[in-house]
Ligand binder design. Structure first.
Ligand code: NLE
Ligand code: FE2
Length: 323
């Protein structure tokens, strides 16, 4: 993961160079041209690095994503017994934590999906449920996309999702996205209209954004959609997918690790955000939102401040930009 970390740091430092053409539809966004990492390309500290069978399997699943075109059915993966075992273990352990650790919107939306330990849901079936609830789509992706492509996808209510399963040596936590993270972390949240709106705001703001603004938006995405927490009465509940898909991180958010509690800070999109990293393990700082509507309102006001005039007149299949 050092490689990815290094790429992020280097890109972030880059001054505002030229901004690529603004995509007019999802067809203008590539799901395979700018893969920064993960996919089949594992680094030495990845639990699957010395497991050749695992690497071969990842390449096969990554290749399925590369041939997929938007609008076509998403290729099914015939998951192996070992992959189903890992999924089942993750699911069975997480369901015990959700009633006390997950936000109410998650708990409600979760019921729409009949997740079972002996079946890894296919992206196609999940995308169909989302299309009927919030109008979002899932698109398979080979690995970690460049943030611009990934965030631009959100503007078209499209969520790029990996399809492979984490390595079985640590089902409690993986530094990277995998199907367990996408399905258990992101999918139920995207079925909630207020949360989906928040993600859409970040996507719209990313259209035509300068390189510097893209990196700030990536951090806003990271500290909300991936690791966000929300107030519920006197409690703090998780809504970020990186929390909701990791047994280890969910417990860490509540109880801390080795006697050290994480910090909770209020979300202010105009302020400098802390650095993100795929390699430092659990987050030390979580951003706490009053509600999704409140977080979305704050993100809207930031987004309006960076929005390019040519983006104002864009529309998304009949829906004008809503910032
Ligand atoms: N740490 C998360 C998990 O174990 O599911 C994945 C985070 C991806 C950003
Ligand atoms: Fe994620």
């Amino acid at each position: 993961f050092n490689k990815i970390h290094a790429i992020s740091a280097e890109k972030e430092k880059q001054a505002d160079t030229s901004v690529p053409p603004i995509p007019k539809s999802i067809h203008d966004i590539s799901n395979g041209d700018h893969i920064l990492g993960f996919g089949a390309d594992l680094s030495e500290d990845h639990p699957g690095y010395y497991d050749n069978e695992y690497k071969k399997r990842r390449s096969y699943i990554a290749d399925l994503a590369k041939i997929h075109k938007p609008g076509e059915p998403i290729p099914c993966v015939d998951y192996s017994a070992e992959e189903i075992r890992v999924w089942g273990l993750v699911l069975d352990t997480l369901v015990d934590l959700y009633p006390t650790h997950a936000c109410k919107e998650y708990i409600d939306s979760y019921k729409l999906f009949n997740f079972k330990p002996n079946h890894i849901p296919q992206l196609q079936e999940l995308s169909e449920v989302l299309e009927q609830t919030t109008g979002w789509h899932i698109r398979p992706v080979a690995g970690l996309l460049h943030p611009r492509d990934f965030l631009n996808g959100l503007a078209f209510r499209t969520f790029h999702s990996t399809q492979y399963v984490r390595h079985g040596s640590n089902p409690m936590y993986t530094p990277e996205p995998d199907i367990c993270h996408e399905v258990l972390g992101h999918v139920p949240m995207l079925a909630d209209p207020e949360f989906a709106d928040l993600a859409w705001v970040i996507g719209q703001a990313s259209l035509g954004a300068s390189e510097k603004d893209i990196w700030h938006l990536t951090k806003l995405y990271w500290y909300t959609v991936e690791f966000g927490t929300v107030k519920e009465g006197s409690e703090i509940r998780a809504f970020g997918a990186g929390l909701l898909s990791s047994i280890g991180e969910l417990k860490h958010m509540r109880e801390g690790t080795d006697g050290v509690m994480p910090e909770f800070v209020e979300l202010d999109p105009f302020k400098k955000m802390p650095k993100m990293s795929y390699k430092d393990g659990y987050q030390k700082k979580y951003f706490l939102c009053e509600s999704f509507a409140d977080a979305a309102a704050k993100l809207r006001s930031y987004s309006r401040s960076i929005l390019k005039p040519e983006v104002m007149s864009m529309n998304f299949g009949g829906t004008p930009i809503q910032l």
